[in-house]
Design a protein around this ligand. Structure first.
Ligand code: ATP
Ligand code: MG
Length: 569
């Protein structure tokens, strides 16, 4: 490719709208342009990288017997009604109507569609297992599209679905996908870790997220400093801390003027924060619920949502609270009627505790669960935090941030059941297919690589997914001999199968060097007059400061060897 023709409008300034480095660099390197919030055009450079990531994914999916197919983006509502997700998916589902007024959506994921095909086209145990995948544009009307390709409303995803005879088969498919994901992300040059993840309503130990480690990641991951335990903070559970029971004292209401927070109340009454029952009010679907945790704990909303089995969950604002006779800072379970209460597992272990009296400026002391109130649901709903003990050993949990680039998931029979996807086993009995699903965000993976691999001058691509392998820069476009040599080298590289950009623009060398660093070509060849007189060109790797002089006669073989070695890695 000649740089004079390359559609890569580089920018010197950092665009104001881009908060994180990968987004800034993709805009600055002329790789990406925004069309609407969370909706982008991949310009040629980023699309080349996207295609390379997709090629790696294809190779690894095919290697585990995946068959590529392509499902439609426009999906009829009926499929989603059968699975029940038309109602529960919420505002993220991009809904539309056709000219006859029939409901459709743009697929955010394709469990329904693939299960529909399985149901219609597969009959016998002899045809199983099946591992079917596609690489396709997905639509999710995200509440907060941001960070460029990290959280788009339209994005490219690889999604694979497995259909097995039984749980054993599912475990094998799951492990195969898990191992393939290892290879995919390694080949993309990412530093990542698979971590245990929330399997949502399905339960069980059935999901891992692949987290690229980066400070800008939206996820928090807890790692053990001694064993290999690692999990999304949303999913970490520990045994409840069992406080020693004291003898119950009589319930008493006391004035706590001005004390609003747990901290204030504990200080005012001279008790530990652990003795306070923190009470919050949430709207869960149509219903209000009171949520109780120990005063030194935080609520884990993912666990809370699972415990309630609701589709939407949000803290209520002060107006709604007052309407119901509650006041922020003095809410409590004692005497609360007509409202469901969910308590964390640690709450029943409290004795002579403190809680709000549902009267501004008053709290109860000597509150004893069971005697003074009864929670409707007692479940693990608290957030486990960094610094706590590991759930598996005596080590301690440390926190890091991660970007979820992929997730693998055991679905069991959730969709085969709701959509009636059966096969016939050896004895002629109809059985539900046992399913798994496996997703990778292609654009998010590309962005994650940039988050991890850049410097102050620009991107540093690994060879495997670099848009081009090499850039050739003649330092003076007016010197006939330099331009001719560059032209000849460009030709030889192309013939050798090395993906090359020849910077033939009539620009100062400084501009060309800046653009080369910004775009992040792994190898840069500089052709200067003095070098040529000695029969050498300069070779510099983007990931090192070292400059090597290579004889012109050897440069093609030299570069080819580097490229080939790094592509195999
Ligand atoms: P998140 O929790 O970040 O919203 P998710 O868990 O809903 O993601 P999955 O349904 O597991 O996402 O989708 C599979 C993969 O698709 C994710 O691991 C991620 O890499 C990618 N992905 C999901 N949502 C987006 C998005 N809005 N923009 C870009 N990539 C996305
Ligand atoms: Mg996910």
């Amino acid at each position: 490719m000649r740089a004079s023709k390359l559609y890569a409008p580089t920018l010197r300034e950092v665009p104001a709208e881009a908060e994180i480095i990968s987004h800034q660099l993709m805009l600055r390197a002329g790789m990406l342009r925004k069309v609407a919030a969370g909706i982008y055009t991949y310009l040629p450079l980023s699309w080349r990288t996207m295609k390379k990531i997709m090629d790696i994914i294809r190779e690894e999916m095919d290697a585990i017997d995946g068959q590529e197919l392509m499902m439609p983006a426009a999906l009829p509502a009926e499929l989603w009604q059968q699975s029940g997700r038309w109602q529960v998916y919420g505002d993220e589902l991009w809904r539309l109507k056709d000219r006859h007024g029939r409901d459709f959506c743009l697929g955010p994921t394709h469990e329904e569609c693939i299960t529909y095909h399985f149901k219609n086209d597969f009959r016998s145990y002899k045809q199983l297992p099946q591992r079917l995948y596609q690489i396709q544009t997905k639509f999710r009307d995200e509440r907060r599209p941001r960070f460029g390709l990290m959280r788009g409303r339209e994005f490219v995803m690889k999604d694979m679905y497995s259909f097995d005879l039984d749980e054993d088969g599912l475990n094998k498919s799951y492990q195969a996908a898990y191992d393939a994901y290892h290879r995919i992300f390694s080949r993309c040059g990412l530093r990542f870790r698979p971590v245990e993840a929330d399997p949502g309503a399905i339960g069980g130990n059935g999901s891992h997220e692949f987290m690229a480690l980066a400070d800008t990641g939206e996820c928090e991951v807890l790692f053990c400093n001694q064993c290999d335990y690692a999990a999304n903070i949303e999913f970490v559970s520990r045994e409840p801390e069992k406080a020693a029971m004291e003898e119950s004292k009589p319930l008493e209401k006391v004035a706590t003027p001005g004390a609003k927070t747990v901290e204030d109340v504990a200080q005012f009454l001279g008790v530990d924060r652990k003795q306070v029952i923190k009470t919050l009010c949430y709207q869960a679907d149509e219903e209000l619920v009171l949520v109780l945790v120990r005063g030194d704990r935080q609520i884990n909303e993912v666990k809370l949502q699972n415990a309630l089995g609701c589709f939407t969950l949000a803290m209520v604002n002060d107006d709604v609270l007052q309407e119901k006779g509650y006041f922020r800072g003095s809410m409590g379970p004692v005497g609360s009627k007509g409202i469901r209460m969910v308590a964390d597992l640690e709450v029943p272990y409290l004795s002579n505790a403190v809680c709000g009296a549902n009267e501004s400026g008053y709290h109860y002391i000597h509150v004893n669960p069971e005697r003074d109130f009864k929670a409707d649901i007692v479940a693990d709903i608290r957030l486990v935090e960094a610094g706590e003990q590991c759930p598996h050993c005596n080590g301690h949990l440390e926190s890091k941030r991660g970007i979820e680039v992929g997730q693998v998931f055991k679905l069991y029979t959730k969709y085969s059941q709701s959509m009636e996807a059966y096969y016939t086993d050896e004895t002629g009995e109809e059985k539900l297919a046992v399913m798994g699903c496996y997703g990778i965000g292609v654009g998010r993976t590309m962005a994650a690589v940039i988050e991890q691999s850049h410097d102050e001058n620009g991107i540093i691509w690994p060879m495997t997914i670099a848009p081009y392998h090499v850039v050739i820069i003649p330092v003076n476009d007016k010197e006939e001999i330099l331009m001719r040599t560059a032209e000849e080298l460009y030709d030889k590289f192309q013939k050798a199968g090395i993906e090359t950009v020849f910077d033939d623009r009539k620009e100062r060398p400084g501009v060309k060097f800046k653009d080369a660093d910004l775009i992040g070509y792994p190898l840069k060849i500089t052709i200067g007059k003095k070098g040529l007189e000695r029969g050498v060109v300069e070779l510099k790797r983007r990931d090192s400061e070292v400059m090597t002089e290579v004889p012109l006669s050897e440069i093609v073989a030299y570069v080819k060897a580097i490229v080939q070695k790094e592509l195999i890695k």
